[in-house]
Every structure is written in structure tokens, then in C-alpha cells.
Design a binder for this molecule. Structure first.
Ligand SMILES: [Zn+2]
Length: 433
């Protein structure tokens, strides 16, 4: 059977087509949200906005108010509304209740519809990786908080193999891989990968054989270290990264591995200055703002995600025109020194490159968004120190100041001091003092 390269013809729609589609869809979704989502209705009333005036994306950008996570939490707490005023249950459309992950706050209940935008996106992504009807798909999740949301996979003719993301499942993963020869594994997160690495060392199994049928392994949740990426590559697996598109859809990188694709028939995305909320041009750093174009159960409109991104709307080498974006960090972590934007992610690679500080433990001092200098506290491993600590400090200073290009002040402390602030590798990356 010869299948098309893309699951949905919309994936290769032209820029003009996508713009028209968004111009037509955005007003209807705004109207629905204003009518049925109490928080959106309240925000519109405060701003004196009427959804009937949203006749295009341009009109939308000129008048529509922003919402953020705090708005949703406050509405939830003051109105005894578990959905925070942003969700609607529609009989017959609401097939299950799930929740958000709660990574950056309390988990929020989310009604799931028959055809959720994340599912539509994932199906396109899985197809793009090479999954076809009749294939097996290994599905490992931290939790099944999404509820019943696997309908589309089944409609694709794909058989799911469900595993919990727990080291005790490793023998079952190996057996299922050898017996059913699945095409895609999702989600291959770092705690499980570390356990997999140890399991391979202990049992002596051949990972290249075990994983030989996989066309891709999807990971998400937290970034993988370069070392872990190299380990997975040595098993013969191609990694794809996935993340949530501000809770309105899913988004995964394509085979070009050059940013997350945001499907623009499912969501409208924009980038704004996190302080002034002025629009930011494509290619420049801004806070990601998302608007669903399809989800009538959770009509999140102009939702500020808190993520700093760079959006690229140029056509991608994979054949899709849908925009891509790269995540640089959280808006609350950004500092500006001499007008230059600096985020912890940029510092990480430089710090990890030095043997004594390879664990990448550091904190940026951020009293204000604008700082007179880049001030960093870096943790080192005393056992790896070969010369004097002063020499290491000078090396780090020259490396960071040279690459970032602003006045830099380094404070060196033993790793143990920073580790007291949290579990290993998860200390707060910015601090006021
Ligand atoms: Zn692409």
C-alpha cells in the first residue's frame, strides 16, 4: 500500500491558505469563548471588547486582552470554578476529564473532546516519523492524566502497547520491542533512559537489535543532556522532541530537527515583549502567546505561556509551511545586560564544558530584569580541581564573558552548597541574591 507522505493535506497548505483559514476561524472561536468561558467573558468586559469585532487576525491582535496562568488560578479560587473559567463541558463532546501536568502549579482539570487538538497534532507527527496503519506504537507515560485520548491512534489503524514509565517495565519493553517490532516509542524521558542504560549494562542485551524497528523515539518533559542524546543515538534511535503548545495543542520537531512545529490550523501563535506586551517580530525573542482555533471545550484565547521563544514562519525543509519555534527559557528567568538578553540555557553549555563544573550547577543573580552585569554563582566539584580555585574562576570568567560578550562577575562555591537548594541538577536557575 502506497501512502501519502503527509497524513493531512493541511500540513503542506500554503501561507496564504493558512492566513485565510486563521482569519476565518479566529472570530468564531472568540465568540464561542466570550459566550461560554466565564474568565474570557470577564476579561472582554473589562477591556470593553466584543468578539463580533474580531473579523480577522489583525483585528484580533489590536483589541483582544491577554490572559495568563495567574488569571486562571485567581478565577478558580474566587469563583469555585475548577476549570479557572476557561473550560466548558459540552454534552456528547466531553468524553473524559483529564488534568494539566501541574509542573508549574496545581493540576487543573481539562475536559477532553472526541478529537483533541493534541491528538490531531500527534497523529501528524507520528505519521511524519514514519508510522503507518498496521504498525505498533509503544506508549509510555508518567501518568495517564490525559484520560481517554487515544481514539485517533486507533482510527489510524495503529495498535498501542501501553507501558508505565517505571524501571520495572524495562523487561516488558524489551520483550514487546522484539516480539512486535514497533515503529515509534513515546515518551522516552530521561529518568527512564537512565534506567534503560543501566539495564542494558546489567543484562548484556543488544540495544541496536532491540530497537532496530523503531523509526523514532519521542522525548519530552525536560531537556536531555548531550551525553544522553549520544547514548540513545548509539542504540540506533532517532530522537524527536515534543512539548505542549501552551496547553492548546501538542508540538513536535520534524525530521529536520530545527524547532517545534506549531500547526497553524489548530492554533494561532504570536510573540510579545513580556514587559510591554508589544508584538515582537518573527526571528526575535518574545513570550509565546497561543490561541486555540479548534478546541471548543477549552477555548484558551491569547494565553501567555511564560515561555521565551523565537518564531520562524519560513517554510521548513520537511515540506510544511506551518511555523516553527525554539524555546529559549522562561520569561521570569531572562535578564538584560547592556541591552543583551541572557537566559540560563545559554550559560549551561559553557559551564558544563569545564571538567570541574560539568554538572552545570549555577545560578544567575537577578534582582531586576535589567542588571548592570552578568553575575553568576557556579558550583564546582573540589575532587576534580587540579589547580587553584582562582585559576578555574578566571577560566570560567574568560569563557563566559567571551561568549556572552557582557561584563561578567563569577562567584565560585563548592557544589554541595548549591545542591542544598534542591535535588541534583534542579536548583533554581535565577536568584535575587
Ligand atoms: Zn519541518
Amino acid at each position: 500500500m502506497k501512502y501519502p507522505e503527509f497524513l493531512d493535506p493541511l500540513e503542506t497548505a500554503s501561507r496564504e491558505f493558512l492566513n485565510d483559514l486563521q482569519d476565518n476561524a479566529i472570530g468564531a472561536m472568540c465568540r464561542h469563548a466570550q459566550d461560554y468561558a466565564p474568565l474570557i467573558r470577564q476579561k472582554c468586559a473589562e477591556a470593553g471588547v466584543d468578539a463580533r469585532d474580531v473579523t480577522s487576525v489583525k483585528a484580533f491582535r489590536e483589541i483582544w486582552p491577554f490572559i495568563d496562568k495567574d488569571d486562571i488560578r485567581i478565577f478558580r479560587d474566587t469563583h469555585n470554578d475548577v476549570g479557572g473559567g476557561t473550560s466548558v463541558t459540552i454534552p456528547g463532546l466531553t468524553v473524559s476529564m483529564g488534568t494539566t501536568s501541574g509542573t508549574t502549579g496545581d493540576p487543573t482539570p481539562i475536559p477532553n473532546s472526541r478529537l483533541g487538538a493534541p491528538e490531531i497534532g500527534y497523529c501528524r507527527d507520528l505519521w511524519g516519523i514514519g508510522m503507518r496503519p498496521g504498525d505498533y506504537h509503544v506508549h509510555m507515560m508518567f501518568t495517564y492524566r490525559g484520560g481517554h485520548r487515544r481514539r485517533l491512534y486507533n482510527e489510524l489503524g495503529v495498535s498501542d502497547i501501553y507501558l508505565s514509565m517505571h524501571p520495572a517495565e524495562l523487561p516488558r519493553l524489551v520483550e514487546a520491542s522484539l516480539r512486535f517490532r514497533p515503529t515509534v516509542m513515546n515518551n522516552f524521558a530521561s529518568p527512564f533512559l537512565h534506567a534503560m542504560e543501566q539495564y542494558i549494562e546489567k543484562t548484556g542485551i543488544d540495544p541496536v537489535d532491540v530497537f532496530s524497528s523503531y523509526k523514532g523515539a519521542i522525548f519530552g518533559g525536560e531537556p536531555l543532556s548531550d551525553r544522553m542524546k549520544a547514548v540513545v543515538k548509539s542504540w540506533g534511535l532517532e530522537l524527536y522532541e515534543t512539548t505542549s503548545l501552551g496547553d492548546v495543542a501538542s508540538t513536535t520537531d520534524c525530521r529536520m530537527h530545527n524547532g517545534f512545529h506549531a500547526y497553524e490550523d489548530l492554533a494561532y501563535i504570536e510573540a510579545i515583549d513580556p514587559i510591554t506586551t508589544d508584538p515582537v517580530a518573527d526571528g526575535e525573542i518574545g513570550e509565546l502567546v497561543v490561541t486555540t482555533l479548534v478546541d471548543r471545550l477549552c477555548p484558551l484565547i491569547r494565553y501567555r505561556t511564560g515561555d521565551l521563544v523565537v518564531i520562524d514562519r519560513a517554510p521548513c525543509g520537511c515540506g510544511r509551511v506551518h511555523s516553527r519555534f525554539k524555546i529559549l527559557g522562561r520569561a521570569t528567568d531572562q535578564i538584560l545586560v547592556e541591552g543583551r538578553s541572557i537566559l540560563p540555557r545559554e550559560i549551561m553549555g559553557i559551564v558544563e564544558n569545564h571538567s570541574e563544573t560539568r554538572h552545570g550547577l549555577f545560578q544567575i543573580i537577578r534582582r531586576d530584569r535589567e542588571m548592570p552585569e552578568l553575575s553568576i554563582r557556579i558550583g564546582y566539584d573540589p575532587e576534580r580541581l587540579t589547580g587553584r580555585a582562582d585559576a578555574l574562576k578566571a577560566r570560567l570568567h574568560d569563557d563566559i564573558a567571551g561568549q556572552i560578550g557582557v561584563r561578567t562577575v563569577i562567584e565560585l562555591v563548592e557544589e554541595a552548597e548549591l545542591l542544598k537548594l534542591g535535588p541534583p541538577h534542579k536548583i533554581p536557575r535565577v536568584t535575587k541574591k
